[in-house]
Design a protein around this ligand. Structure first.
Ligand code: DOR
Ligand code: ZN
Length: 346
């Protein structure tokens, strides 16, 4: 196969930031994606419906002329989130999901949840109205090894939370382990799971063997090779529970390349060529459209996009800028570490 035409994809987990960074990175996503579920971990976070509406306005205002892109908004769950505000934001169509960060789990998660009992009222309301909860699934207990934090979260937090909140629709975000793949498969259609581009490419050796590579550091951190293989199998399985959420997360290079570097891989620019490469390797090109454009939309109850995106395989490797430049400082584009011959057609 040397070319493929898909429905225009959706990125069901994206960090756009704000201000100069938003302006720099938004075109990278809008060039290929029709919609994205926009994460709310700004400083301060997007907690209320009013804040989500204002953030959506800033995103729309930052979109260059002639580009079409629909931001799907999320609210950042805090222990003081008002169930009525969430319900009103959902009813008006303003928000598509609520994001749960365990406090301290990742970038800008300080306002997240410490005591899960304090958000039960919001979760019950969300179950009632069918509003999905997107979960950053890592425990933050310093006694738990960082490579075990996802698997432990499933047992200690996620499974109990789902049992005490029947009917709650949950997305396990950016899964990184075979344990998460297995758990997602053990559940019914109330549970989905996003998989990033970079977790299909990286194992922990890529980050640490021979040298430390800060641009491959993200959270949840990439795991052993057997987990990467499980993710590739899941993403290309054709199962509707698995869909793309890139977690593309821009940080200025100066904040990545320092003694205490931030977590995040920036994959908005080259996700589509890289995914075509992976799906071809897995003999699953016929399942790429489901992963990027159908399963996520169906989970969120959205119509699939009408517009199309075409990719073709060429003799020369695809080229993309090494860095995105903007007022917020340069952002390094994810380097898969091998040539990619799939190009997005203009
Ligand atoms: O690597 C990550 N970066 N993981 C997250 O969960 C957050 C994200 C960010 O916002 O930078
Ligand atoms: Zn994220």
């Amino acid at each position: 196969m040397t070319s493929i035409t898909l429905r225009r994809p959706d990125d069901m987990h994206l960090h756009l930031r704000d201000g100069a960074m938003l302006a720099a990175v938004l075109p990278e996503t809008a060039r290929h994606f029709a919609r994205a579920l926009v994460m709310p971990n700004l400083v301060p976070p997007v907690v209320t419906a009013r804040e989500a509406a204002a953030y959506r306005d800033r995103i729309r205002a930052a979109l260059p002329e002639g580009m079409a892109f629909d931001p799907l908004m999320t609210l950042y769950l805090t222990e003081t989130t008002d169930p009525a505000d969430v319900a009103a934001a959902a009813a008006s169509g303003l928000v598509t999901a609520v994001k749960l960060y365990p406090a301290g789990a990742t970038t800008n998660s300080q306002s997240g949840v410490r005591d899960f009992a304090r958000v039960q009222g919001v979760l019950d309301r969300m179950a009632e109205i069918g509003l999905p909860l997107c979960v950053h699934g890592e425990v933050t207990d310093p006694d738990i090894d960082i490579f075990d934090r996802e698997a432990v979260f499933i047992d200690r937090v996620l499974d109990p939370l789902r049992r005490r909140t029947p009917g709650l629709r949950v997305v396990m975000e950016h899964i990184t382990t075979r344990d998460a793949v297995d758990y997602a498969r053990s559940a019914g259609p109330d549970l989905g799971a996003t998989i990033t581009t970079h977790h299909l490419i990286l194992n922990r050796n890529h980050i640490l063997a021979g040298a430390i590579r800060p641009h491959y550091y993200c959270l949840p951190v990439a795991k052993r090779e057997r987990h990467r293989l499980a993710l590739r199998e899941a993403a290309t399985s054709g199962e509707a529970r698995f869909f793309l959420g890139t977690d593309s997360a821009p940080h200025p290079d100066a904040r990545k390349e320092q003694a205490c570097g931030c977590a995040g891989c920036f994959t908005a620019t080259n996700t589509m060529p890289i995914l075509a490469h992976v799906f071809e390797e897995m003999c699953a090109m016929d399942r790429l459209e489901g992963f990027v454009a159908l399963h996520g939309a169906a989970f969120y109850g959205l119509a699939a996009n009408q517009a199309r995106l075409s990719l073709s395989k060429r003799a020369t490797a695809a080229a993309w800028p090494e860095k995105i430049l903007g007022g917020a400082g340069s952002v390094t584009v994810f380097n898969p570490g091998f040539p990619v011959y799939w190009h997005v057609d203009d």
